[in-house]
Design a protein around this ligand. Structure first.
Ligand SMILES: NC(=O)c1ccc[n+]([C@@H]2O[C@H](COP(=O)([O-])OP(=O)(O)OC[C@H]3O[C@@H](n4cnc5c(N)ncnc54)[C@H](OP(=O)(O)O)[C@@H]3O)[C@@H](O)[C@H]2O)c1
Length: 282
């Protein structure tokens, strides 16, 4: 593993900066994953529902064959889609994802919470997938605090992360606190607010002081909170830009100015099962 910052969760060393692949068509996913690994990223995020697991696996193999990375130096995450939450379906998808990737993932997440089947059945199956060697570790995505705690109480293995939307326009106090109490980590999806950060006057001003772009300031703000960030881009130049965040630090005052950008309507994600509600932070 390169010496870029990583978080150790339950014995797993997870690089704080990863590369996201949502919306990347297979050709782009293969090209960009290989390029990200060449640049130095050591953490790749995909999901069964992105329909690019095979291409992500190809991109990783391209980078390994080119001598840019070794499999053991890379953290690979994929996710169980919500239609596969019954035990047998979950185990079947776990096998399918590993086969499509051509690698055992390091982390397998439940993509979104669901009321049925029960959390007990799905968490039991997720633990079974890990015990069977279909993944090295397990975790969650899009679980509000109460459900995060409930899921951990039903899981034998530590849930090493809860991957949720987080960027400067959202407050995440409650989930960050829950993760801390549970010995878990938060992973930020849409860390660049899907590109909206480029026009932000505060992020631009702080960027000018450091000779950095608003995207770099945003990613630095996340990793300085020990939050894992997984930005996505289809452009090689931006993949390099987003990786160039390890040579500067934001002051406490700058961190606070970015936290102050949070607003009640800052959420971009538009779907959660109506049985659940995001933590009320306002
Ligand atoms: N668990 C979940 O439910 C969930 C949900 C959403 C996302 N995710 C994961 O999180 C990853 C990241 O989230 P995301 O893809 O929604 O959004 P994001 O990373 O916040 O933003 C991606 C968008 O920002 C642009 N961009 C990238 N780097 C930039 C930069 N330096 N400056 C300006 N614009 C930049 C990209 O455009 P170009 O391609 O043109 O550069 C793209 O349109 C996903 O790819 C996926 O792996 C997970």
């Amino acid at each position: 593993m390169t010496d870029q910052p990583a978080l150790t969760v339950d014995g797993n060393r997870i690089p704080l900066l990863g590369f996201g692949t949502w919306m990347l068509e297979p050709d782009d996913a293969r090209r960009m994953v290989a390029e990200a690994l060449r640049i130095g990223y050591r953490h790749i995020d995909t999901a069964w529902i992105y329909r690019n697991e095979a291409a992500v696996g190809d991109g990783i193999r391209d980078a390994i064959e080119a001598g840019h990375v070794a499999r053991d130096d890379l953290w690979l995450t994929t996710k169980i889609w919500v239609d596969h939450f019954h035990r047998d379906d979950l185990l079947k998808q776990g096998e399918e994802s590993a086969a499509s990737l051509g690698f055992t993932p390091d982390l397998l997440l439940l993509h979104w919470p669901k009321t049925s089947p029960s959390f007990a059945e799905t968490l039991g199956a997720l633990n079974e997938a890990q015990a069977r060697g279909l993944t090295r570790s397990i975790g969650l995505s899009n679980f509000p605090s109460a459900e995060f705690r409930e899921a951990q109480s039903l899981s034998k293995a530590r849930l090493v992360t809860n991957q949720v939307e987080y960027h400067p326009y959202l407050k995440l106090t409650k989930l960050l606190q829950a993760a801390k109490e549970l010995g878990s980590a938060i992973t930020a999806w849409s860390p660049l607010a899907q590109g909206k950060i480029v026009a932000d006057p505060t992020l631009n001003e702080i960027g000018r002081a450091h000779g950095k772009t608003p995207g770099q300031i945003t990613l630095r703000w996340l990793i300085q909170q020990n939050v894992i960030a997984i930005p996505r881009t289809a452009k090689e130049s931006r993949a390099a830009e987003n990786f160039d965040i390890f040579d500067f630090q934001l002051s406490g005052e700058e961190m606070d100015r970015i936290h102050a950008l949070a607003r009640p309507d800052g959420r971009l994600g538009d779907w959660i099962d109506p049985a659940f509600q995001w933590d009320n932070e306002w």
